[in-house]
Design a protein around this ligand. Structure first.
Ligand code: SF4
Length: 379
């Protein structure tokens, strides 16, 4: 099926005229892109509709707060379009376009004028990986790699697969949600992925479904074709205010993903990215939502970790009590931090690791009298 893309809100008749000017103003700063299929999933009678919220600009995006590169990806960019933060994993940013633009995107800087961080040319990236035998995982990302032409994408995959020490090739994509026909209508893509997803090293599709309503029949069919092609699939998504910040919505998402063989892998704490103020959920509230969602689903559906992609590493939120929030480095930039357990004074307004005060540095205040931490389970 041919899906039509639009970069102008003027092409969406369902947006009331009196809202257009403000939406245009937002999209002049943070670009808008969507397509007719995804917009057809919106319930336009509901101004708070989560699918609408995911792609239609919100005037509150203009509120000040955050940085464009909230996790300081620049610090571990080793060449144009090549990021290396953890020893075993390299990211190749191969594209600067997506099937639609998520309003809460943490890499929205890529879509803005003047950005030049991605590289379709992966020669340098492949040489970098080839020279470092400890790199076993390569993530193709962007933007969305499935927006590349099939031949180009498969050339890149073939190039990575030719490096003997790379076991896993990951493709981060929201195309199964934004345009499932990118997969359904392309047997060459499926055949190619099948060829390079081998018994000794699989291709993983890191899917990005945020809301159960994105799991339409075509989207589920697209995931099925990928699985049948020998691709392993998991899902990762951020916790987003007004989209999935509700235990039942999240539980339903986890449940249905487990039904179709795409287990939830990460739920991310939203990064404090410029333009994302209306989408942020405090860490403590996020933990409660995550735990409540997990309590409603089976073991296979509750495999996600609630993590924060911080500049220093991937920090998993593992528990909370009346006085403290407990975390642990799941991955760390500095090997000395690997697995390190962290205890912070509980602050229900904190949105990011940097907002929290370590327990041992706590100053005068009520939390002082609550004793030393003895337990790190869930609240
Ligand atoms: S699909 Fe990913 S990279 Fe693209 S806009 Fe959404 S969050 Fe950003």
């Amino acid at each position: 099926m041919k899906v039509r893309y639009t970069r102008s809100v003027d092409g969406i008749p369902s947006i009331p005229e009196d809202q257009r000017e403000e939406i245009r103003r937002v999209s002049a700063r943070f670009p808008f892109r969507a397509n007719d299929y995804y917009l057809s999933l919106v319930d336009w009678s509901d101004p708070e509709d989560p699918i609408r919220r995911l792609v239609v600009p919100d005037p509150a995006e203009m509120l000040e707060g955050g940085r464009l590169d909230a996790s300081n990806e620049a610090a571990h960019t080793v060449a144009k379009g090549v990021q290396h933060k953890y020893p075993s994993t390299v990211l190749l940013l191969v594209n600067e376009v997506c099937g639609a633009y998520c309003r809460y995107c943490f890499r929205k800087r890529l879509f803005m004028d003047g950005n030049d961080e991605t590289s379709l040319d992966v020669i340098e990236g492949l040489a970098y990986i080839r020279e470092r035998p400890w790199i076993t995982n390569v993530l193709l990302t962007g933007g969305d790699p499935l927006l590349l032409g099939t031949r180009r994408l498969l050339e890149i995959v073939e190039g990575v697969r030719s490096i003997p020490h790379v076991g896993i090739i990951r493709i981060g994509s929201k195309m199964p949600a934004f345009n499932p026909w990118r997969i359904l209508d392309d047997p060459e893509l499926l055949e190619g992925l099948s060829r390079f997803s081998t018994p000794r090293g699989r291709i993983y599709l890191m899917a990005h479904f945020d809301h159960p309503r994105e799991l339409t029949e075509p989207a589920m069919e697209a995931m099925d074709r990928l699985l049948r092609a020998g691709v392993v699939a998991v899902n990762q998504c951020p916790l987003v205010r007004g989209i999935n910040d509700d235990p039942e919505t999240l539980a339903e998402l986890f449940r249905r993903l487990s039904f179709i063989g795409v287990p939830p892998y990460y739920l991310f704490q939203g990064r404090p990215t410029a333009g994302n103020v209306p989408f942020q959920v405090p860490i403590a509230e996020g933990w409660r939502i995550f735990e409540a969602a997990r309590s409603r689903v089976s073991g296979l559906a509750k495999r996600a970790r609630f993590c924060m992609s911080h500049e220093t590493g991937k920090v998993q939120i593992v528990g909370m009590d009346d006085a403290r929030i407990y975390m642990r480095y799941h991955r760390s930039r500095d090997p000395a931090d690997d697995g390190r357990f962290l205890v912070f004074r509980r602050d229900d307004a904190a949105l990011w690791l940097d907002d929290l005060v370590p327990w041992e540095e706590r100053g005068p205040g009520p939390a002082r009298d609550l004793g030393e931490p003895t337990w790190a389970g869930s609240a």
